[in-house]
Write a new protein. Sequence first.
Length: 78
Amino acid sequence: MSAIPVLKFFMGLGFFGFVYWLLDGILEEFINVNYHVRGDVWNLLEYLWVGVIVVYIVFGSWYTIRRYNESQYQTGGW
């Protein structure tokens, strides 16, 4: 069996981690200069961000598992 689908899934998680790290650094700079407001829009965007990650984990896992049911992974060939 090939590990390529699993590596692709973890690369996607790494991408989300990188974007989180990048946006968190930008947010810290806004907090340092005291130019930030947390309210309804902030909560909405936070819920959307968490929702996207949850959807990726659930459906990405499901997609990765389905990839192994394809014939190319059952025989071990390309």
